[in-house]
Design a protein around this ligand. Structure first.
Ligand code: NAG
Ligand code: NAG
Length: 396
């Protein structure tokens, strides 16, 4: 393994020296087990899905609904939003649409965005004192305190340290999950909105694959949605690709997950702190959170100005010790950009959204203020001026 890595480094240095251009070169590394891991991970698809995961952070509903936002312009061009679901009560957002080039319904979930405030440094320091008793590796997770975090995730991240496995996943003996992530999908307006939109898209377009994506907490919600579609809706060809997703359940849950959603990829960027949370205690293998497979770990190799990204397809245990778990220092900034694509809000609106009055005709609002923007697939939407007027701050 080590030998192979250094061989690759040598090859690359030779290659870069001969071409002498500073551009980023991507290589992949597979393990020695002989299974063809190249079949499970598709780089082009990852580049596309990360753009979908990024677009859901756009706060201008009009641009998002009409797919005219600046983040909607690259590999996702031509995407048709069918439904945009906004659970104002819980500050959750997702969209469902059809990507004809992928022949798929794409569903993306937004991660968390919160107000800036002082992070719970006190609790973190208390935790640091205790964690040495449990698992040395955890103690060094804490260097993120004080790091610049334009998305103000500190509180959310420090809360993640304390999450308990507190819910039995229905119908799966011994599988336990985190109640909060589970409920964010199952016990809000998100689930019904999504099922409804899938039905609508299928009625119009016929058979389509389903691809789910999300960043951070959005990845955790996407994971529960993918499982739900397989288990309760008999969906076929469900693919999940998440970016910087936290752990959501225990080892038994991970085993079910691998069986039921075999096309699941969790991309982890470098030293991103969030996939390390809630913590994995290797000394309590049956009691701890445990990632489902399969991780793809992105890390940089190189010297000086010659830095290249390795995309390592990890083993199918979910907790490959040679992948992101091998890092000692974690970082928030590695959480905020994947493949060079920004993954946080475009403006500091917290839970706010911006919506032009012209969108009202597409929207349905419930008594609690949660709403859905919805349209007949493939129908044209009037060109709407986004600047006109804005309805601001559906803040919580
Ligand atoms: C990877 O995904 C792209 C779509 O993004 C697809 O066109 C291509 O055929 C896929 N490659 C493989 C090897 O499956
Ligand atoms: C769903 O939410 C309701 C009301 O907020 C609550 O009473 C119920 O316990 C929740 N169910 C789950 C599984 O979280």
């Amino acid at each position: 393994m080590e030998g192979k890595r250094w061989f690759l480094v040598g090859m690359l240095i030779a290659l870069l020296a001969s071409t002498s251009c500073g551009r980023e070169l991507k290589i992949r590394e597979y393990g020695d087990e002989g299974d063809d891991r190249s079949l499970v991970y598709n780089h082009t698809l990852a580049m596309t899905l990360v753009e979908y995961a990024s677009a859901v952070y756009v706060s201008d509903m009009t641009e998002l609904f009409t797919w005219t936002c600046s983040r909607c312009n690259g590999l996702t061009k031509g995407f048709q939003v069918v439904e945009l679901i906004f659970d104002v009560q819980h500050c959750l957002e997702a969209y469902v649409g059809v990507a004809q080039d992928l022949n798929a319904i794409v569903i993306a979930f937004r991660g968390t965005q919160e107000h800036r405030h002082v992070s719970s440094i006190y609790w973190l320091s208390v935790f640091v004192s205790f964690c040495k008793l449990l698992d040395e590796r955890l103690c060094v997770l804490f260097n993120f305190v004080g790091e610049l975090d334009p998305c103000s995730l500190q509180n959310w991240i420090s809360d993640l340290f304390w999450k308990q496995l507190d819910l039995d996943y229905p119908g799966m003996p011994d599988a336990m999950v985190h109640h909060g992530f589970y409920s964010a999908y199952h016990n809000t307006t998100i689930r019904s909105g999504i099922l409804n939109a899938i039905k609508k898209a299928k009625q119009y377009y016929g058979k389509l694959d389903i691809m789910l994506t999300g960043h951070s907490m959005g990845g955790a919600i996407a994971a529960f949605c993918a499982l739900d579609l397989v288990v309760n809706c008999e969906a076929e060809n469900v693919q999940l690709m998440t970016f910087g997703q936290p752990r959501v359940g225990n080892a038994v849950f991970a085993t079910y997950y691998k069986e039921l959603v075999p096309n699941a990829i969790r991309v982890v960027n470098e030293r991103d702190i969030v996939p390390h949370l809630p913590p994995y205690y290797s000394i309590f293998p049956t009691k701890t959170y445990h990632h489902f497979s399969r991780e793809v770990w992105l890390y940089n190799l190189g010297l000086g100005s010659l830095v290249y990204t390795v995309e390592k397809v990890c083993d199918d245990s979910g907790e490959d010790p040679t992948c992101s778990r091998s890092v000692l220092w974690t970082s928030i900034s590695d959480h905020l950009s994947y493949y060079g694509v920004d993954l946080c809000g475009d403006v500091d609106l917290s839970c706010g959204i911006v919506m032009a009055p012209a969108l009202k005709e597409f929207s349905t609002t419930d008594l609690k203020g949660n709403f859905v923007l919805s349209r007949v697939p493939a129908s044209s939407i009037l060109k709407m001026k986004t600047e006109e007027t804005v309805t601001r701050n559906h803040s919580l």
